[in-house]
Ligand binder design. Structure first.
Ligand code: FES
Length: 577
């Protein structure tokens, strides 16, 4: 691409160029850190926006990677500045990391807006850090590219590969059923997370980094490189170099992201059997780009895209295997005919050009089209009397017998009630029961945690039951599996129909017709509705109060209503002489 920006047109020149007291102040403060005029004058300032934190093990290596990015920026004639961003850690952040995704998005957008920055490299990986960084960068619309932190190496336990979340849940069920000992269970702690990087199953992190590549916001192949592989720091260096070029080319997210880029991301999401969380994040990302992405579009695309990535939880392998098999470029090359190949990407080339020469070198891990893991996408959208605005199920990770199922509801009003009752010996439940959790949504939980994998009652686990139909307004970890209907909208806390489900009601999941229904008469529903008392907001002050006042429902992406639109926000005024 050609150079379109001259040094005097750089955004940062507004801070550093003026021959007045203000310009003096800005320049002298860079000199305070040890830089000379020639280090920054007339050069693109690249913000290295880093979600490193000592309480975010998935992103722990990003401090080191930032150094490689900065090296690349220097090499390309730019001036790098590393800026910490709010680090959302999936493991430790309570009550739910999802509560804070929008805070990272705001942090990113406002850092880019308020500081003398011309372009950015965004460093993230752990689940919410990818959408949070990208939402902010899309809204600010400076030239920016994403450096995914990369997945961990495979886990290792008793000589067998084990995957984050997926195998932990599987073996915990065995522990509860008494088929493995406490000693065996504890020994897994030392082998489940063996290197830097994010969860190495096709969880939300691997899904969202793959989708950022499909959107055109990473360098080709970037999302598949394991964090511990030496190709990763080399990728980081290249990201720094490329960010400088992007500033000169004025290559902004608004030139990359259109509806076709989002359709590419949905197509890839289906082909990798991606996390259901991706649906919420993609809707939110599209909203930032001014695109109204509706849930039915996911279903339409799902029906024509086969699942080709044989990665847990839908398949058998892990992300390290996926990388050795050719990575995301190889997978996208298998579905070229389903992608918009002329979409432009951050390297200035089209998606089609970036896929040249890519092919699967392990057909067990990245399946050929004629032998898919599943013939259609792993995700379905449901509508019906229980979910008028929609719900989601990951069919590729569910027991197929439960996808056409009607059974009696067993309703828990809260997570605490569920935890207290689910393992009682006298619980009135059978394998045909439909477990329902209320008050797990964006406002009810709050923060829409990953409670959607409701636990199988212990008495059924002991009888060998490993899957049941489960329904909630919560999310589910991308590493999880099971017949779990998620994101029921509107949520129960705001008076959605889920609030009126009672134990003993019949609930029907009819995947063939994409329906989820509460089989209760309209008269009875009206009676229950009239009895319902609206609960008070969960927060009265602080960020939580902003969140409960402005967050949208899952079908709209759970963004803040005042952020989920495209509207010009001016660069800051700089006053003074
Ligand atoms: Fe960070 Fe899974 S805990 S990606």
């Amino acid at each position: 691409m050609e150079r379109q920006i001259k040094p005097e047109q750089l955004r940062s020149a507004r801070w550093f160029k003026p021959a007045n007291m203000l310009g003096f102040g800005h320049r002298s403060r860079l000199k305070q850190i040890g830089y000379r005029d020639e280090d920054f004058a007339g050069k693109p300032v690249i913000g290295v926006i880093n979600t490193w934190s000592e309480l975010n093990p998935c992103n722990y290596h990003l401090r080191e990677r930032a150094e490689a990015v900065k090296r690349g920026v220097w090499q390309a004639g730019g001036f790098p500045v590393e800026i910490p961003a709010f680090s959302i850690t999936e493991t430790f952040m309570k009550p739910s990391p999802m509560l804070y995704r929008n805070l990272l998005a705001m942090d990113t957008e406002e850092a880019l807006r308020s500081l003398p920055i011309d372009g950015a490299v965004l460093l993230g990986g752990c689940d919410k850090t990818t959408p949070g960084l990208l939402m902010g960068a899309i809204s600010m619309d400076l030239p920016a590219l994403y450096l995914p932190g990369g997945p961990m190496l495979r886990g290792n336990w008793h000589g067998q590969p084990v995957g984050s979340g997926t195998d932990v849940r599987k073996f915990w069920a065995e522990r509860c059923a008494g088929t493995i000992s406490e000693e065996e269970w504890n020994s897994m702690e030392d082998g489940i997370a063996r290197s830097p990087g994010f969860c190495m199953t096709m969880g939300t992190a691997s899904t969202m980094t793959a989708l950022s590549e499909a959107l055109g916001l990473t360098l080709p192949g970037a999302s598949s490189i394991p964090a511990a592989d030496s190709n990763h720091p080399r990728l980081a260096l290249r990201c720094g170099q490329r960010a400088v070029e992007m500033v000169w080319e004025d290559l902004r997210p608004s030139r990359i992201l259109d509806i076709r880029a989002f359709e590419n991301a949905i197509t890839v999401d289906m082909a990798i059997g991606g996390s259901t969380n991706a649906i919420i994040h993609l809707v939110a990302l599209a909203g930032r780009a001014g695109i109204d992405l509706k849930l039915p579009r996911f279903e339409e695309i799902s029906e024509r895209v086969p699942v080709l990535a044989n990665i847990r939880p839908s398949g058998a392998f892990l992300m390290e295997d996926f990388y050795y098999a050719g990575g995301l470029r190889a997978l996208m090359a298998q579905i070229r005919d389903l992608l918009h190949l002329d979409c432009i990407t951050v390297n200035g080339r089209t998606l089609g050009e970036n896929l040249e020469g890519a092919h699967s070198i392990n057909p067990e891990v990245i399946r050929p089209r004629k032998r898919p893991l599943a013939p259609t996408g792993g995700t379905a959208i449901l509508f019906g009397s229980l979910a008028p605005d929609g719900a989601v199920i990951k069919t590729s990770a569910a027991d197929a017998r439960l996808l056409q199922h009607t059974g009696p509801a067993l309703v828990f009003h809260s997570i605490d009630e569920m935890d207290e009752q689910v393992n009682r010996d006298d619980l009135d439940v059978t394998e045909d029961s439909v477990l329902v959790l209320q008050n797990g949504g964006p406002l009810g939980a709050p923060g829409m945690p990953e409670w959607g994998t409701l636990p199988i009652p212990k008495k059924l686990l002991e009888r060998g039951v490993r899957d049941m139909l489960r329904i909630s307004d919560s999310r589910m970890s991308g590493t999880a599996f099971g017949a779990c209907v998620l994101h029921v909208s509107p949520e129960s806390y705001v008076g959605g129909p889920l609030a009126f489900a009672r134990t003993g009601d019949s609930i029907s999941l009819d995947l063939r017709n994409h329906r989820l229904d509460l089989l209760v008469s309209e008269a009875e529903m009206n009676r229950r509705r009239a009895e319902w008392v609206k609960p008070p907001p969960r927060y009265e002050r602080g960020y939580g109060a902003l969140y409960v006042e402005r967050v949208t429902q899952a079908n709209l992406g759970c963004d803040f209503d005042f952020l989920s639109r495209k509207a010009a926000v001016a660069d800051p005024e700089i006053h003074g002489n």
